[in-house]
Write a protein that binds this ligand. Structure first.
Ligand code: CTP
Length: 218
């Protein structure tokens, strides 16, 4: 099956997620994070350039869709889960680069939240856990490649390896927080086989090419 946007590409089918998710409290307020989407978009661009049939599932960002990439826009974590499930069906690899919000408000109000009404100086917002997209789809991944990302302060190697095992990923790309919203990053690519590769202070395009190789060389 081909799709508009893939052109004549016949390479592996790759799914990439990017950007933040938004979890709405009311029609105009949401919980989210600083993710710019640059790393995920760079991976999608590198994958398309390597001939992969690439689907980019993106949260709200202001980046242009790379050429030759099929893009699906989503807002919340639950929407992203549905889109990833559908795209990963029949795909060869998933790069779960999105900064998915771990929590969402227990209720989304239909009208604006009037928090100041009633004169209280303190209010609470009840949050519930979002599904873990990576762990959910990795459970039935079979031979398909699944790459997760982790942001750790400090060394974080042990935590990242534990995350990889817990979520069932083949690789975890370990970032430090300087990667957020930046053009360059230092990453460590940890493999389930115990491998470890370090890319220090590199442009995100270069890191993206190294990550796409994991799929293309398989
Ligand atoms: N992820 C996901 N679904 C979530 C949360 C995270 O698929 N609900 C994915 C991310 O896309 C990323 C990896 O899981 O690939 C990150 O795991 P997470 O446990 O959120 O790690 P950190 O972002 O490093 O944050 P923390 O350790 O604070 O949870």
């Amino acid at each position: 099956m081909s799709s508009p946007g893939w052109g004549r590409r016949r390479g592996p089918r790759v799914v990439v997620t990017a950007g933040p998710t938004r979890e709405y409290v009311d029609p105009v307020r949401f919980l989210s994070n600083e993710s710019s989407g640059r790393m995920g978009f760079a991976i999608a661009r590198a994958a398309a350039r390597a001939g992969c049939r690439t689907t980019l599932i993106s949260g709200p960002v202001t980046l242009e869709t790379p050429g030759g990439v099929r893009r699906v826009d989503v807002v919340s974590a639950r929407e992203m889960l549905a889109a990833v499930r559908e795209a990963f069906e029949g795909a060869d690899a998933l790069y779960m680069c999105a900064a998915v919000a771990d929590w969402r408000p227990a209720r989304r109000l239909a009208g604006k939240w009037r928090a100041k009404d009633g004169g209280s100086r303190r209010v609470s917002l009840e949050l519930v856990r979002n599904p873990d997209i990576l762990a959910t789809v990795a459970r039935r991944k079979g031979e398909r490649l699944v790459v997760g990302f982790a942001l750790e302060t400090g060394s974080g190697l042990r935590r990242a390896r534990a995350k990889m095992a817990r979520k069932g990923a083949d690789y975890i790309v370990l970032n430090d927080s300087s990667a957020l919203n930046a053009r360059r990053a230092s990453v460590r690519i940890l493999g389930r086989d115990g491998s470890r590769r370090e890319l220090a202070d590199q442009g995100k395009d270069r890191i993206a090419r190294a990550l796409v190789k994991l799929c293309v060389e398989r």
